[in-house]
Ligand binder design. Sequence first.
Ligand SMILES: CCC1=C(C)/C(=C/C2=NC(=C\c3[nH]c(/C=C4\NC(=O)[C@H](C)[C@H]4CC)c(C)c3CCC(=O)O)/C(CCC(=O)O)=C2C)NC1=O
Length: 165
Amino acid sequence: MQDAVTSLIGVYDATGRYLDRDAIEQLNSYFATGAARLKAASTITANAASLVRQSGAQLFEELPDLIRPGGNAYTTRRFAACLRDMDYYLRYATYALVAGNSDVLDERVLQGLRDTYSSLGVATGSTVRGIQIMKAKVVELVGENGDWLTEPFDHMTRELGENNI
Ligand SMILES: CCC1=C(C)/C(=C/C2=NC(=C\c3[nH]c(/C=C4\NC(=O)[C@H](C)[C@H]4CC)c(C)c3CCC(=O)O)/C(CCC(=O)O)=C2C)NC1=O
């Protein structure tokens, strides 16, 4: 698992270079947003349950077929599994937010997820929509809209892909 600092040092060390102006600039922007990252992560954490509940409600309002007979989130068990997945995405987004790096998402969340979803008939397009809804609620709640805040969510949606709604 990597963060903004270790990943940058890794790149420079691999080629035996001192940190140049470019590297210092990248580190500066990570540290400059540091306090905001921590505050956002703690605000999200304090509101995680309601963020997940509200995002789920909006997703099922937009895509009601998901919770109708035959839908992938139909039955209490699958409905709960869907909201649990949303909670995973939110929790890991807070880790990536603090780390300033998406490596934790690749390693702990996204690896193998497409295969799992495809074997269970979970629509990645609908999941992507759920993550986007959650991002919008986070932006509203935190009151910030920088890339540093939205990147973890965008990374997950990019990696999951947008087909198969
Ligand atoms: C922390 C990393 C991690 C992730 C990401 C994860 C995802 C994950 N989601 C699963 C199931 C599931 N995921 C969903 C999700 C949804 N269905 C929908 O229609 C919606 C679009 C969507 C919610 C937004 C559902 C319904 C299931 C149960 C599918 C089934 O068993 O038929 C499963 C299968 C095993 C299980 O049910 O627990 C995994 C592994 N597990 C992990 O450990």
